[in-house]
Design a protein. Structure first.
Length: 156
């Protein structure tokens, strides 16, 4: 007669289930932390890009003469529900009527970090340059256009 075979167990023990569940939960916590980190960095990149856009806008306003070319203390402006702060520093250069303008735009990102963008540009003083609407300067050597005696004659 043959000896009965010992039965093999086909299921998992409680200890194996608890260990596998613990490994799964630790991996899940790590994935959630990575997602939070990625979201914070994406938001910071978005704020930095927007701050660079606002900084360039303020520089262009100063170059166009909408804002005077003078150093400005801290000022704030509201942009889409977010309050941004900006400062401007204008310094003279060796070239007459040319100033170095440095504008900084910044705000708290909400995660304990401050988004800060600073741009510099050499700007010609808008009060010293002309525009396309200005009339050209009159030269003392200008002649009357109705004078027919001057000019070179074309022979033919």
């Amino acid at each position: 007669m043959l000896a009965p075979r010992p039965r093999t167990r086909t299921g998992l023990t409680l200890l194996e289930v608890i260990v596998s569940l613990a490994i799964f939960l630790m991996a899940l916590v790590a994935i959630i932390e990575l997602m939070n980190f990625g979201t914070e960095r994406a938001l910071e990149a978005r704020f930095t890009h927007h701050a660079a856009f606002l900084c360039q806008s303020k520089l262009n306003e100063m170059a166009a003469g909408s804002i005077g070319l003078a150093s400005a203390g801290e000022a704030s402006f509201d942009d889409g529900g977010l309050t941004w702060n900006w400062t401007a520093d204008c310094t003279d250069t060796d070239v007459p009527y040319v100033k170095k303008v440095t504008v900084s735009v910044y705000r708290d990102s909400g995660y304990g970090r401050q988004v800060n963008v600073t741009l510099s540009k050499m700007v010609i003083d808008p009060s010293k340059r002309g525009s396309s609407g200005d009339s050209p300067p009159v030269s003392k050597y200008a002649t009357d256009s109705t004078d027919s005696s001057s000019g070179s004659g074309g022979g033919g």
